[in-house]
Write a protein that binds this ligand. Structure first.
Ligand SMILES: Cc1cc2nc3c(=O)[nH]c(=O)nc-3n(C[C@H](O)[C@H](O)[C@H](O)COP(=O)(O)OP(=O)(O)OC[C@H]3O[C@@H](n4cnc5c(N)ncnc54)[C@H](O)[C@@H]3O)c2cc1C
Length: 480
């Protein structure tokens, strides 16, 4: 990587200078060192929620608000959607890990799943993948029924619209979106050639290409993201930067297939910095998402049980630099599965359980706020979760090899690890320890009781010599 960077550095310098200038212009300091004796409100954490709360409270000129944030300012790296994965394990990440998992994460170091969390203005909205996914109507309704008046879908719909500034006229006209709000939502300007196959394959399986935040969630789409002119629109950018005159005071802890050699080139940086277009606008490198029903879900209801993330890459696409580390993959596993295929063309289906039944817990380790909490999701401890996941993997594999992909000639991945265990997993039967190596935390609003963060698994498919001319291989699910 160092050699590679050195080679492109001369071309990169002007683009980076431009990006830096652009970034600096939007970064005026707004912290304070002079504090009032008291405030009407103190908001702890300028993350996704904190930034919005501070903004709305300070709309009243007679109210004083102090917003405290443990992290520092956003950086030019957090502005570039494609570089989202590189923010993890950095100084802007709390770098949490779950406790070692008994039934899952066997492919991860010490059987621990990495749980990134933003330690930065904007919190996780400054390092997340920016997918604009509101959640399912029925989940909110269940949430309300559980004893949360005012949290039903119709109540929240008002706030979705109020918050949103959707920049895509085609999406806006369907009646489920708002314009003029603080949070910019737009459609990414770039997809890889294989994104079309993802959508076409979905249609073959009876899933429409639709707005998953619109009338019905079940379906597939190239998702919209919280991006403004091709750059990340964190809640800090959306809700804090423009209200600096309001008397709100801040304290931050300052000093304040996507194959890497193909997309991380000077041209991409120039396109992004000058016009807000090109591969760097991809939402964390993702091409599409879909909501499906496994055989355990009632297809007549718009309440899918699995979400699929379609990513035109896999942990070896960046040469093993960041995704491998972010996922906490064991070295021997990476060497065995991926090391021969660094920078190779691949695509991956990541199915994500939307309603896991496994229940874990989260508790404080001590009274010291800097000690990480103890987090045990107990992934796959409920046998139904494993069965649902296995069924979703089967669907993913069928879709990933269906006709629309055939022009790319996808093939089985050569190392079939854990694949045989798929057969042994049945709904109702307890999963054996070690059956599932790579669960991953995710990411969506999940208004239900139960473990925070659904889990996901991978199906990687690859091509050795570019999307047009492929050698043969599809990787069996890492999970199974
Ligand atoms: C890698 C990743 C990708 C994701 N991708 C998506 C996506 O594509 N789409 C989506 O909808 N969701 C996504 N999410 C989830 C989403 O970003 C989070 O659910 C959401 O941002 C959480 O908001 P929050 O306000 O609860 O917490 P946060 O945004 O994490 O805010 C908490 C803030 O409090 C600060 N803080 C903590 N302790 C203290 C303290 N003692 N004093 C002062 N400040 C403190 C933190 O530094 C942080 O800034 C993703 C999350 C991650 C980690």
């Amino acid at each position: 990587m160092v050699d590679y960077l050195t080679a492109i550095l001369p071309a990169l310098i002007p683009s980076m200078a431009f990006i830096w200038l652009k970034f600096q212009q939007s970064q005026m300091p707004f912290t304070t060192e002079v504090f009032a004796k008291e405030y009407d409100y103190i908001v702890v954490g300028a993350g996704s929620a904190g930034a919005v709360v501070a903004n709305r409270l300070s709309e009243n000129p007679f109210v004083s608000v102090l917003l405290l944030e443990a992290g520092g300012y956003e950086t030019y790296q957090s502005e570039i959607p494609m570089m989202a994965a590189r923010l993890q394990l950095s100084e802007w990440d709390w770098k949490y890990k779950t406790v070692p998992q008994k039934y899952a994460c066997q492919g991860m170091k010490n059987h621990q799943s990495a749980w990134p969390r933003g330690k930065i203005l904007g919190g996780c909205s400054s390092l997340n993948y920016m997918l604009y996914v509101r959640g399912n109507r029925k989940d909110y309704e269940i949430w309300e029924r559980l004893g949360n008046p005012g949290w039903g879908y119709d109540d929240l719909f008002y706030y979705f619209i109020k918050s949103e500034d959707n920049r895509d006229p085609d999406v806006l006209k369907n009646g489920y979106h708002g314009s003029g709000g603080y949070l910019t939502v737009s459609t990414t300007h770039y997809t890889t050639p294989i994104a079309g196959a993802f959508l076409e394959a979905a249609k073959l399986f009876g899933y429409p290409n639709n707005d998953i935040n619109g009338a019905s969630q079940t379906g597939f789409v190239v998702p919209q993201g919280t991006i403004r002119r091709g750059a990340r629109c964190s809640t800090s950018k959306a809700f804090l930067r423009d209200i600096r005159g309001r008397g709100l005071q801040f304290l931050v802890d300052a000093p304040v297939t996507v194959v890497q050699p193909r997309v991380m080139v000077a041209k991409s940086f120039t396109q992004w910095a000058s016009l807000g277009i090109g591969p760097l606008t991809m939402l964390g490198g993702l091409d599409g998402i879909g909501f499906i029903h496994t055989k355990y879900s009632n297809r007549s209801e718009d309440w899918p049980d699995v979400e699929i993330h379609f990513i035109p890459s896999c942990p070896s696409s960046d040469g093993g630099e960041s995704v491998r580390k972010n996922m906490n993959l064991k070295d021997e596993l990476f060497m065995k599965i991926y090391s021969k295929y660094l920078y190779t063309d691949t695509y991956s289906y990541y199915p994500v359980l939307l309603r896991p039944k496994s229940v874990g817990y989260l508790m404080l380790q001590s009274a010291n706020p800097y000690d990480p909490p103890i987090m045990d999701p107990k992934y796959l401890s409920h046998p139904d979760d494993a069965a649902t996941l296995v069924d979703s993997l089967k669907i993913c594999i069928k879709m990933a090899l269906s006709k629309p992909f055939q022009k790319f000639r996808p093939q089985n991945w050569p190392v079939k690890w854990y694949g045989y265990l798929v057969k042994g997993i049945k709904r109702g039967a307890p999963i054996k320890p070690g059956q599932a190596p790579v669960p991953k935390v995710l990411l969506e609003p999940k208004p239900e009781k139960g473990p925070k963060g659904p889990i996901g698994h991978l199906v990687n498919i690859f091509s050795k010599s570019g999307f047009k001319k492929l050698t043969k291989r599809i990787q069996w699910p890492l999970f199974a």
